[in-house]
Design a protein around this ligand. Structure first.
Ligand SMILES: [Zn+2]
Length: 860
């Protein structure tokens, strides 16, 4: 959201508070009587709302919580992207891997606010100022078709836009989300639009589309469409919806949106964009009871009786009513009735205290192998429950032989399966990463997968039960549940992995001269007794020694590291290399990467074992480098490819180590934002420079006041947005960190004004003779070719005259910015501030960026 940058100002000292323990976040936060009562109310409520915005963290969580938890409606958030272009405050994952983390963070958030989650195929390619760049990169029709598809599938009565579709939204992707939502509102109802979808879904006309209160007062041009009492307290859950929103947003660990609850009420307001007007409430004039469906009246009456008869200590007493409603509900053909039928079966299971799960013996399996799965069913109530049948479906289909069986009170019944994993079973890649993306859009061939937040399970249990004489059906994914000594109970999805994984150390290898380099490739076995050959495929002109190597690995989980020598051609060029293992006749050209954080289930992906080989002349005149890690980046390994001796500095190195043994010290991205020990040792680093060292500071999240903003009036925020900021601000105890980064003052403001988001933006040299452009590499405009995502971010806005600038760049139609790189002599040494995005360019193997950075390292 536009708030991201504002929020970022509050990150450094913001207290991360989570009422829910990390491991607990994997479970349903509301269980027992809370959950049953919510489910009973939800059965009787047929309203549906869909919120649409661009990124994970754009959503108005309090609005989702209000409609899902307070009004018991179906509520969902369609985030056009998975947030791949955002920052990562918890690790070094970027791009698709960050998108994977943020997907899971959203799913964890949805467990708290009770809403569902969808995405389109669009990839967040980073900050952009314009909607035209956004729609050109995504393809207007392609992403519109995804939004239409989600609307036709989810069938919302009301669509809520998070943004206005005007430049007031800031980020071009924010603007695009509202523009596409407005168009999709009409297109979804029109059978002539995207007719290929009508094989699976019907056209759908939502009653109205509204816009949530905006950050500017511009919304007043639209008629008001009602309010929602999002500050109201829910005594059953023990939280107000705004409190739930804070807890939910605090799941976005990677974005540092952890926040504190604050007492206080308040409402959220909306304006009408299109459709039927409403005055008080978003659902004015919409029948959200069972009466809206033919034959629904009788169902509604029975469910009303069930809610009135509900006793928290005896939920089984409402089962007779629920089973009475079931055949009536099953007879209604409307898709909404089918969804409600599944909810009804889950509610009956809840009221019977039914325990049901399908446990795999391990979390991973390989194609062609056998896997033990045990389904466990237990009735924890006095209701009469019989397990009629149990079958697994997905990559293997088969029924259990032992049922039917009557379930005795509190007696677990186990049903065992031996699953034969097909030899040609694909690996469990997240579905949107199974094929390479087409530009900034994921490739998804199966229309049924488009929109889904997560990959469907490879295997699921379908159990047919009879409860008090009525059949119900319950479906559970096959998972692996285990105890972690620190975190307690955890679950992982069952995944299919290759027999061996071929892992490389990076995605690009630089050859700064013609000398051969040794490349390490590790082969990790996922089965016992894995044996085969590993080879590296390189194009003509490159030489590999040896061509292939055999391996034998005895135990699953062990790995073997193999070394190959690669000799580059003399001419400057780039090439693609793939590492391929052959095991039992099957070629495996993929690695395995597990992304594991306490607040989300572990995620596994299979990156192709591909490396970009870059032969490019890069000279560097230093050897010993100290590196201060910040919030996580891959720069140390990238710098080692220049043949440098890189030492990562620990807190004690900073406090008392001998810094003078390093010719140059490099500060990692956002290190000043996250490391108190670094801020505390700033005088030692300045002393180091004074005595002759070179100190390079990469980008830090800006938090200084904008010295050029005096003429800009403060934006007019509606009260609920002001409250949200106050919520995220936490205690006001943090002085800005970016006012004291160097030996002389300069300021790095928050916000998005001082950055260059277009990666092709021209770069000019205000001081052509700057040594940073001449030695040891002569820099030319060609060195700015092939950059990825952006030029840089959080440039300095104003600086002391001691500093010299080096480069100037700007986004289209914006003024030139020279604050992206500043340098000065200080004592006998040199200080450099550079917020060009080296942390993206070097790991991506951008040769020109290597040359530019080598000059900074070699400054003298
Ligand atoms: Zn956003």
């Amino acid at each position: 959201m536009t708030t991201r940058n504002l929020l970022a100002r509050f990150l450094p000292g913001a207290v991360l508070v989570s009422v829910l323990a990390p491991g607990f976040a994997q479970l349903n936060p509301f269980t027992g009587a809370d959950e049953i009562e919510q489910s009973l109310h939800k059965l009787g409520e047929l309203g549906t709302m869909l919120m649409i915005a661009a990124h994970p963290d754009d959503e108005r969580t309090q609005v989702l919580a209000y409609f899902a938890r307070g009004r018991h409606m179906r509520a969902a958030y369609l985030s056009l992207t998975r947030g791949e272009g955002g920052q990562n405050l918890i690790g070094s994952e970027q791009g698709a891997q960050l998108g994977l983390i943020r997907t899971q963070e959203l799913l964890a958030a949805r467990k708290i606010d009770g809403a569902e989650q969808f995405f389109t195929r669009a990839i967040d390619f980073g900050f952009t100022r314009t909607v035209s760049e956004t729609l050109q990169k995504w393809g207007h029709d392609r992403i519109l078709s995804d939004v239409v598809w989600v609307i036709r599938r989810y069938r919302p009565d009301v669509i809520v836009c998070g943004f206005s579709g005007t430049p007031a939204d800031g980020h071009g992707q924010h603007q695009a989300s509202a523009i596409l939502a407005h168009e999709a509102f009409t297109a979804a109802a029109d059978p002539a639009r995207f007719p290929e979808q009508l094989k699976y879904v019907q056209p759908w006309k939502a009653r109205r589309i509204v816009q949530a209160a905006m950050f500017s007062s511009k919304q007043s041009v639209l008629p008001p469409a009602g309010e929602a009492d999002t500050g109201a307290f829910n005594p059953i859950l023990g939280y107000s919806y705004e409190e739930l929103a804070v807890l939910s947003r605090s799941m976005h660990h990677s974005q540092g949106t952890g926040a504190m609850r604050r007492p206080g009420g308040g409402t959220s307001s909306f304006s009408l964009v299109n459709g039927d007007p409403s005055s008080k409430d978003l659902f004015d004039g919409i029948d959200t009871t069972w009466n809206r469906l033919p034959g629904g009246g009788a169902v509604g009456a029975i469910l009303g009786d069930a809610i009135r008869g509900y006793e928290p200590a005896h939920p089984e007493k409402v089962i007779p009513q629920l089973v009475k409603a079931r055949p009536l509900m099953a007879a209604i053909s409307d898709p909404l009735a089918k969804i409600k039928l599944a909810e009804l079966d889950e509610t009956i299971a809840l009221c019977a205290g039914l325990w049901m799960e399908a446990q795999a013996k391990q979390f991973e399996t390989t194609p062609g192998s056998k896997l033990s799965v045990t389904a466990t069913v237990m009735n924890r109530s006095t209701a009469q429950v019989t397990l009629e049948s149990a079958r697994l479906e997905g990559m293997w289909n088969g029924a259990a032989s032992n049922p039917p069986a009557k379930l005795a009170l509190n007696q677990p019944l186990n049903v065992d399966f031996t699953v034969e994993v097909p030899a040609a079973q694909p690996y469990s890649q997240p579905y949107w990463l199974a094929k390479p993306p087409a530009g900034d859009v994921y490739t998804v061939d199966d229309q049924g997968l488009i929109g889904l937040a997560d990959t469907p399970p490879v295997l699921q249990l379908r159990a047919l039960l009879t409860v008090e004489g009525t059949p119900i059906e319950v479906v559970r994914p096959v998972h692996y549940r285990y105890g972690d000594r620190a975190e307690g109970e955890r679950t992982r999805p069952l995944i299919v992995v290759p027999a061996v994984a071929v892992n490389l150390t990076g995605t690009a290898e630089l050859f700064p001269a013609t000398a051969p380099r040794t490349i390490h490739v590790s082969v990790k076995a996922n089965t016992a007794k894995a044996e085969g050959n590993l080879r590296l495929d390189v194009p003509a002109g490159w030489k590999v020694e040896p061509q292939s190597q055999p391996f034998q690995i005895a135990a699953s989980g062990e790995q073997r590291e193999m070394m190959f020598t690669i000799a580059p051609p003399a001419v400057e060029t780039t090439a693609a290399m793939r590492a391929v293992a052959t095991v039992g006749g099957r070629e495996i050209g993929a690695g395995i990467q597990v992304i594991s954080y306490p607040h989300i289930p572990a995620q596994t992906l299979f990156p192709p074992a591909d490396v970009k080989l870059v032969r490019s002349n890069v000279k560097v005149a230093v050897k010993k480098i100290g590196y201060i890690m910040g919030a996580g980046d891959e720069m140390p390994d990238a710098l080692r490819q220049l043949g440098l001796d890189v030492t990562v500095l620990s807190p004690s190195d900073l406090e008392q180590g001998d810094l003078s043994r390093f010719e140059t010290i490099v500060c990692g991205v956002r290190a000043y934002n996250v490391r108190e020990d670094l801020r505390a040792n700033q005088p030692r680093l300045m002393e180091y420079v004074k005595n002759g060292g070179t100190y390079i500071v990469q980008y830090q999240v800006g938090d200084s006041p904008d010295p050029n903003a005096a003429n800009t009036p403060p934006p007019q925020f509606p009260p609920e947005i002001v409250r949200m900021f106050q919520t995220f601000q936490g205690p006001a105890n943090t002085a800005p960190v970016t006012t004291n980064l160097g030996p002389y003052p300069f300021s790095v403001p928050g916000g998005s004004r001082y950055r260059v988001t277009v990666e092709e933006a021209p770069v000019t040299f205000p001081h052509q003779d700057s040594p940073l452009l001449q030695y040891p590499n002569h820099i030319s405009p060609k060195d700015f070719d092939g950059w990825v995502q952006e030029r840089g971010l959080y440039f300095a806005a104003k600086w002391d005259p001691h500093y010299q600038t080096v480069m100037s760049s700007h986004d289209p139609d914006e003024p030139g910015l020279e604050g992206g790189e500043l340098w000065t002599r200080y004592g006998k040494g040199i200080y450099i501030f550079t917020s060009y995005s080296w942390f993206r360019q070097l790991p991506a193997g951008v040769a020109g960026a290597y040359r530019l950075f080598a000059n900074l390292l070699s400054a003298k």
